[in-house]
Design a protein around this ligand. Structure first.
Ligand SMILES: NC(=O)c1ccc[n+]([C@@H]2O[C@H](COP(=O)([O-])OP(=O)(O)OC[C@H]3O[C@@H](n4cnc5c(N)ncnc54)[C@H](O)[C@@H]3O)[C@@H](O)[C@H]2O)c1
Length: 478
């Protein structure tokens, strides 16, 4: 029986990062992965690399370039003539990007001495991991420590069973070989908006059916309101309060029945994407006597340090509580590896950025205005529009704003919410600032390069205390 200091189950952003850090710390480490790619080879990288973050960003970038060439170049005096799209070539490029990044993880495993083991892992009692290979053969690994990072899968809903042809999930939506004439999307969440944007830019008529009456409830209300306006202008038809009751596929199309404003409605689409959330992939993963427990929603139960109820067994990433975000899983992986090596580090769950990669991007960190109101915390707000930022106007990309929220008395930054070009990268400045306990004044007193989009972050911080320069201030300067 092979023996390791650490056996990681799953090679997504939580698992592979945990494995690399454990190996860096001198621990003998194996990483068990079951996924295989289109060429039936071991596919490291999990959902994020194979069918999530990376391929969706490849398609978002390709489709945005197409949209720019078709609709946005003329204003710069650039004539393109007819712009056409070759969808199979776009998908092939996306596959090449994925293959390159997967190869990168294989290389990192080799360089750090992590042993990749192909097969499906199961946690047995006594800190053992059973691995069932693709050919059915079974082996058992002995581990001083186990890190479970098995991830999550899309939630299925009975009224819209996925066939990966007409009715697809987020994986199938990355494989269309032509632009659907009419595309239905169930769920106006992160995936619905990102994939809806891709196919809308390429020419699909997109209808998004969202069960809730509120648009993007987890996003700051002011930013979500702005986002709704922008998406409407882009042609995304987002119907809130639309509950899908059934679907019928025939002759290459799907008829969707749903209730909307108390009326029974029906609409026919060429393709339908179901993206109503993800659930932890915990079934079949744990032997009944292994000592690891699940919570009521099927997540592995862990404490703040990602320790399960069984000593020496940890769980990280989508399979445990908290936002299902790659970077959250990666940092949990680092924390656990460091703690196994005896270092007393902890993770700051209050400072995790989140991003929706539409154009403009929507990004945020910390508390929203609604959360602060509900918690009764006194706060002050500064906003600054990109329309007043020279660099954004020069780029003809000036939609959106930065919103900064600080504590009314201490001026400490409590949250930052952005809708705009490069919002994902801009918000990271405030993630760092919040990690260091900065005040809005600290950001206001910092020198920002000119002309940059970052100046909107600077000005929003100044606006918190009525000191914005390139905009009349609502509040009196203190
Ligand atoms: N950019 C990113 O960080 C990124 C990108 C993709 C996915 N993810 C993560 O993946 C996970 C899954 O994404 P997602 O978009 O599927 O989930 P989500 O939770 O973001 O959104 C799902 C939406 O579907 C709606 N819904 C649920 N059941 C419905 C029904 N029967 N009919 C109509 N609407 C319904 C929900 O109200 C919700 O608005 C999320 O946790 C997300 O954070 C993150």
């Amino acid at each position: 029986m092979s023996k390791f200091d650490v056996v990681v189950i799953g090679s997504g952003p939580a698992g592979y990062v945990a494995a690399i850090r454990a190996a860096q710390l001198g621990l003998t480490t194996a990483c068990v992965e079951k996924a295989r790619n289109k060429s039936d080879k071991l596919a490291l990288g999990g959902t994020c690399l194979n069918v999530g973050c990376i391929p969706s960003k490849a398609l978002l970038d390709s489709s945005y370039k197409y949209h720019e060439a078709k609709d946005n170049f003329a204003v710069h005096g650039i004539a393109t003539g007819d712009v056409s799209i070759d969808v199979p070539a776009m998908i092939k490029r996306k596959d090449a990007v994925v293959a390159q990044m997967i190869g990168g993880i294989g290389g990192l495993f080799q360089a750090n001495g992590v042993t990749a083991i192909e097969g499906t892992g199961k946690v047995l009692a006594g800190k053992k991991v059973e691995v069932t290979a693709a050919d059915g053969s079974v082996s058992v690994l002995e581990a001083a420590n186990i890190i479970i990072a098995a991830g999550s899968v899309p939630v299925a809903i009975p009224p819209a069973p996925v066939d990966q042809d007409i009715i697809v999930d987020s994986t199938g939506a990355l494989e269309f070989q032509s632009v659907p004439g009419k595309l239905g999307v169930i769920g106006a969440g992160v995936i619905g908006l990102e994939l809806g944007s891709v196919w809308s830019r390429l020419g699909s008529e997109v209808v998004v059916l969202e069960a809730l009456d509120t648009f993007l409830p987890a996003v700051d209300g002011q930013i979500a309101k702005e986002a709704a306006k922008v998406f409407k202008k882009q042609g995304l038809d987002i119907r809130l309060g639309a509950r899908v009751t059934g679907t019928k596929t025939s002759k290459g199309k799907v008829e969707v029945n749903y209730t909307y404003k108390d009326e029974e409605k029906s609409e026919t689409f060429d393709k339908l994407i179901v993206c109503v959330g993800r659930k932890p992939l915990s079934s079949g993963l744990l032997a009944a006597d292994c000592g690891v427990n699940l919570d009521e929603r099927g997540f592995i139960f862990v404490n703040d340090y990602c320790e399960t109820d069984a000593a020496g067994i940890y769980a990280v990433g989508d399979i445990v509580r908290g936002p299902m975000l790659a970077h959250k899983g990666s940092e949990e992986g680092v924390m656990v590896a460091e703690r196994i090596a005896g270092h007393k580090i902890a993770m700051n769950y209050d400072c995790i950025p989140s991003v929706i990669y539409t154009h403009p991007e929507i990004a945020g960190v910390g508390k929203t205005e609604e959360q602060l109101k509900a918690d009764g915390i006194p706060y002050k707000v500064g906003t600054f529009p990109f329309a007043a930022i020279g660099r954004a106007v020069a780029a003809d990309d000036a939609t959106g704003m930065v919103k900064m929220i600080a504590h009314e008395e201490t001026d400490r930054i409590l949250g930052c919410h952005i809708i705009g070009a490069s919002a994902a990268d801009l918000v990271q400045q405030i993630v760092i600032a919040m990690e260091f306990g900065s005040s809005a004044e600290d950001i206001g007193l910092t020198v920002f390069g000119h002309p940059t989009l970052s100046e909107a972050v600077h000005e929003a911080a100044l606006a918190v205390n009525g000191q914005a320069i390139h905009m009349p201030n609502r509040k009196k300067r203190k």
